[in-house]
Design a protein around this ligand. Structure first.
Ligand code: 5AD
Ligand code: SF4
Length: 456
């Protein structure tokens, strides 16, 4: 028997129960995927599975994939190649592909890899455990299943009964809306995650209450376009935030990702009224600084309109910090238009920027646009942008040194396990020395900084 398998079995014996099997989940991509994986773990554990130590000792491996950029999908196919030896060693091993690559590639995944047993798209996540059970019970028809149909239970799945990974670290994700009704010309999300579906506000508040009673202090509402939230009774994020902030034990609320076009005055007012429980940090993807490029991206706002939103938020919440997403090298982006993005980053003075070279995605409108750019040129622009942003962040982070901040402790720092890591309400990452425990709200004195974190 493999050493790791032996160890898991010993652990089972210590638990006094026989596990259905050992599972291992690998997750790529956005927070939505991270949270879907949490839900999958919860569902598997409810069915009697225990977490494996790694790929080596798993009976079930789920890959929760991302297709937002080309490399993400390619990475999955190359990873699948590495599973061949595990499959050879353990013929019982079941491998499932979930997430956006599953939705996008469907059948084709079986053609490119022969280790995969089933494929389930993000809109059908709730069916994973059923399919798995059929396969493990020897139902030959279940092998080779592709399920990419929309299932209404995936958004709720399985809200109440799952074991929460957030509990214990003081922080948890809560899905409020899935899918996206926008049609940005570069983006695959509307194809993979489908149209928007909103969860009823009462169900969300129920989950928030249950998390708070388990000691979770920070909750992050999730959705591809979270501020498009509107349930069947007409409740919007502007109703949800103040209602959630009222719940006892809720200390910090965040939400991601917001679309600038849907950042209404009413929502800004609601955020301000529920401050500081609603944290003073907002991720508001701009994508480009040039109105011309924004039009070709079909973002539904121009440079000035975006800047007005930032101004409206800063007027109401002067301490608010911002983060954004940017794409460089979009088809037809001229040098001047790229420089408009650089100038916008300086004008807004973001504290976090996720920047990407444009990548062609299947079945997107941008494929029809002229002006494609050589890879090297896109990467040169990306490098210039990141360099400028790094300098700006270094300068902005230095201003924190000497201050005392409130940190919600997440755990040990990955880079330096001697240190603890956590975040301030402004979403600044703080690494610090001293006594702490995960889930603790701790005051930390800041002594140093870098471009990407504060040190206390
Ligand atoms: N190419 C490059 N970046 C993309 N993004 C989405 N689609 C693409 C694409 N085709 C980026 C956007 C989005 C983030 C999640 O990924 O900036 O906000
Ligand atoms: Fe993609 Fe645009 Fe929808 Fe965001 S808003 S998920 S970028 S289509």
């Amino acid at each position: 028997m493999h050493k790791l398998q032996e160890r898991s079995l010993l652990r089972e014996k210590a638990d006094g129960r026989k596990a259905t099997g050992r599972y291992h989940i690998e997750t790529w991509g956005c927070q939505m995927n991270v949270h879907d994986s949490e839900k999958l773990s919860g569902a598997l554990e409810r069915d009697g599975y225990v977490r494996a130590d790694g790929r080596e000792d798993a009976d079930v491996i789920l890959l929760n994939t991302c297709s937002i950029r080309e490399k993400a999908a390619e990475k999955m196919f190359s990873e699948l190649g590495r599973f061949v030896p595990y499959k050879r060693r353990n013929p019982e091993l079941v491998i499932g592909v979930c997430g956006c690559v599953a939705q996008q590639e469907g059948e084709r995944i079986f053609r490119r890899s022969d280790v995969v047993d089933f494929v389930v798209g993000p809109r059908a996540t709730a069916t994973v455990t059923r399919t798995l059970e059929r396969i493990r019970n020897g139902d030959v028809q279940a092998r080779g299943t592709v399920d990419t149909e929309y299932r209404n239970d995936s958004i709720r799945f399985p809200y109440d009964e799952i074991r929460r990974e957030g509990v214990g670290t003081g922080k948890a994700f809560v899905t409020v809306i899935e899918g996206c009704n926008h049609r940005c010309t570069y983006c695959v999300v509307p194809n993979t995650r489908g149209r928007e579906i909103c969860r009823p506000m009462t169900s969300i508040l129920g989950e928030v209450g249950s998390l708070a009673s388990q000691g979770v202090m920070e909750m992050e509402f999730l959705g591809q376009t979270v501020n498009a939230y509107r349930d069947e009774d007409g409740n919007t994020l502007a109703d949800l935030l103040p209602a959630a902030a009222e719940i006892e034990g809720v200390r910090r609320l965040r939400f991601t990702t917001s679309h600038p076009a849907q950042m209404t005055d009413r929502l800004m007012d609601a955020m301000a009224s529920a401050s500081p429980t609603v944290c003073p940090y907002l991720h508001l993807p701009v994508q480009a600084g040039s109105s011309e490029v924004l039009k070709r991206m079909r973002r539904g706002y121009d440079r000035e309109g975006y800047l007005r939103k930032i101004e409206g938020l800063r007027r109401r919440m002067p301490d608010m910090l911002f983060g954004t997403d940017v794409i460089v090298g979009f088809p037809g982006e001229s040098e001047e238009q790229f420089e408009e993005t650089l100038s916008l980053l300086n004008e807004v003075a973001y504290d976090t920027v996720y920047s990407f070279a444009y990548s062609e995605r299947p079945a997107t409108k941008a494929l029809e646009l002229d002006g494609g750019m050589p890879q090297a040129e896109k990467h040169e622009r990306l490098r210039r942008l990141q360099e400028q942003q790094k300098t700006l962040q270094e300068r902005r982070n230095r201003q924190w040194v000497g201050r005392d901040v409130e940190v919600l402790v997440e755990g040990r720092s990955k880079r330096n396990p001697e240190r603890w890591t956590g975040r301030t309400p402004e979403n600044r990452v703080v690494n610090f020395d001293g006594e702490a425990f995960p889930g603790q709200l701790k005051n930390v004195k800041l002594l140093d900084s870098s471009a990407f974190c504060l040190i206390g």
